[in-house]
Write a protein that binds this ligand. Structure first.
Ligand code: ADP
Ligand code: MG
Ligand code: ZN
Length: 514
């Protein structure tokens, strides 16, 4: 039977997608593989199908128990049996699996497990050694493989331990899979997992059916969203992302008051409620989910017509993954991001406070850098949005030649844009920041007050056509100078225990002023 026959008969699909067939057939050659394809591309088939063909056992490592249980249930629906082995399952089931897996008569080819289990459960690992010796251990699959890299999006300490797989099982092939990996994460992952002569599979990040809009959030934003949902997205499927659980609940409640049917979804809800909300949305009973970042991993719905971010995501990786849930069917879909500098400050405070997982300062600094890159993206209203994202993710797209044309607000507003030289105002902002030091708290609002008193302020008002323009330019410039490291932002703990932002100028800026 050909691989295609098996795809049809066991999985019920009539054809392979994109690179699936190539990956499956390479897997049968037992080489190391690294699959970097967007969420929803069908990465699971890439290891499930070879697992069925090869007859021995494939061990799949996945970061979340919920994801594992989903996968097992999905296979079950296709009459394919697999086992889930990790700490939380009953002792009896664990015992059964441990006994069965080494038996010649074991009737399953796939065992899902967690990195913690591989690290802690000696009996399980011993069994794997036995299987290896009996030539019945086919492959290790590392799903969400980016979790191994500090530079990735959701680094997990437990994933680090997977580095030892190649030492213990030098001849067993590894297939690593992930949806987003920057070049740095990619090299890091290959290196940490010790992949040998690895073959990498990728696909372009460019998704022209996503119409990307980025706006500053203001007091009218909520009303605008209500209007848009009623006028443009009536009866259509959507997701609105918010930063916090509370915001998520509030937003859902306010939308319901405006007669919009929707459900909130976040990690504070308990898994039963969350599951029922997700499945209601999945099968079309509700159209709109108001979610935190918790909503996502493993979500699969083809006809999402709009994704709105009410707050700025923590990184471009997150953002790309979240907007990527729109338009899986290839039809035109809107991705609207609202941001404010306040989002960046909130996120940065969260990063500083974070205690779980990796807390070393290098890691935190890296998270802050990602946040800055996200902020820069928001601020860059000139270059094609799609190109900005691709370039960040490591796929080079020239702004001049590869811009999307009309799938982003930057390309669309090209005609109406005017360029002005703002060197004089930049200097005035730096001067205001410098003058403040030692006088009063160097917060942003104090800098703004100082700027209003600047000797050139009235000149700016006349040369930039009014106060409103000057205020807008001030706001944009201020952020620009932060992320471009002209102004230094630090956070200081106040006596009452809060973090307050604090601004100084970098020495390179002093040189500009003389
Ligand atoms: P990923 O892990 O890349 O996010 P999944 O493996 O979860 O993607 O698959 C996403 C969806 O695509 C699943 O519903 C799966 O059944 C479906 N799918 C995968 N391969 C095919 C195919 N060849 N034809 C049709 N549907 C497919
Ligand atoms: Mg997957
Ligand atoms: Zn564009």
């Amino acid at each position: 039977m050909s691989t295609l026959d098996i795809l049809k008969s066991r999985f019920g699909f009539d054809k392979f997608r994109d690179k699936q067939q190539e990956i499956v057939e390479d897997a049968l050659k037992n080489i190391d593989q690294f699959v970097v394809l967007p969420t929803g591309s069908g990465k699971s088939i890439c290891y499930q199908l070879p697992a069925l063909i090869q007859n021995g056992i494939t061990i799949v490592v996945s970061p979340l128990k919920s994801l594992i249980l989903d996968q097992v249930a999905n296979l079950e629906k296709k009459n394919i049996k697999s086992d889930a082995f990790f700490g939380d399952i009953s002792i009896r089931t664990r015992r059964e699996i441990l006994n069965n897996m080494i038996s010649e008569n074991y009737d399953r080819n796939i065992i899902y497990t967690t990195p913690e289990t591989l690290d802690n459960n000696d009996e399980f690992v011993n069994n794997l050694v036995l299987l290896k010796e009996a030539s019945r251990l086919n492959r290790f699959v590392i799903d969400e493989a980016h979790c191994i890299s500090l530079w990735g999006n959701d680094f997990r300490n437990s994933y680090r331990k997977l580095a030892s797989l190649k030492h213990t099982f030098p001849n067993i092939p590894i297939m690593a899979l992930t949806a987003t990996a920057t070049p740095r994460v990619r090299t890091d992952t290959v290196h940490l997992l010790n992949l040998k002569d690895v073959k990498i599979y990728t696909k372009s990040y460019f998704r022209p059916n996503l119409k990307i809009f980025v706006n500053q959030r203001n007091k009218d934003t909520f009303t605008d969203i209500v209007q848009k949902i009623k006028d443009d997205y009536n009866e259509q499927v959507g997701i609105i992302y918010c930063l916090s659980r509370k915001k998520c609940e509030d937003m859902a409640e306010k939308l319901q008051q405006h007669g919009i049917d929707c459900d909130p979804y976040h990690a504070g809800q308990g898994s039963k409620l969350r599951q029922s909300i997700q499945s209601k949305w999945q099968n079309g009973e509700t159209n709109l989910i108001i979610a935190t970042i918790a909503f996502g991993m493993g979500i699969d719905k083809a006809d999402v017509r709009y994704v709105i971010h009410f707050n700025m995501p923590f990184s471009i990786e997150n953002y790309y993954q979240e907007i990527g849930r729109a338009g899986r069917d290839g039809k035109s879909s809107d991705c609207i991001l609202y941001y404010s500098y306040q989002d960046k400050i909130c996120a940065e405070k969260l990063i500083l406070k974070s205690v779980n997982g990796e807390t070393n300062s290098k890691y935190k600094q890296h998270q802050v850098n990602k946040l800055d890159a996200m902020m820069m993206y928001c601020q860059n209203i000139i270059d094609c949005r799609h190109c900005q994202i691709s370039n960040y993710l490591g796929e080079y797209r020239s702004y001049k030649e590869d811009h999307c044309g009309d799938s982003c607000s930057n390309c669309n507003s090209k005609e109406s844009r005017v360029e002005v030289d703002v060197t004089d105002m930049s200097k005035a902002i730096l001067e205001s920041t410098m003058r403040l030091n030692g006088q009063s708290k160097p917060t942003k609002s104090n800098i703004e007050k100082m700027f209003l008193k600047h000797e050139n302020f009235n000149k700016f008002v006349s040369s930039y056509n009014g106060r409103d323009n000057v205020n807008n330019i001030f706001r944009r410039l201020f952020i620009h100078m932060l992320v471009k490291r002209y102004i230094k932002e630090t956070f200081v703990r106040t006596v009452s225990g809060y973090w307050r932002e604090n601004y100084q100028i970098f020495s390179k800026s002093k040189n500009l002023l003389t």
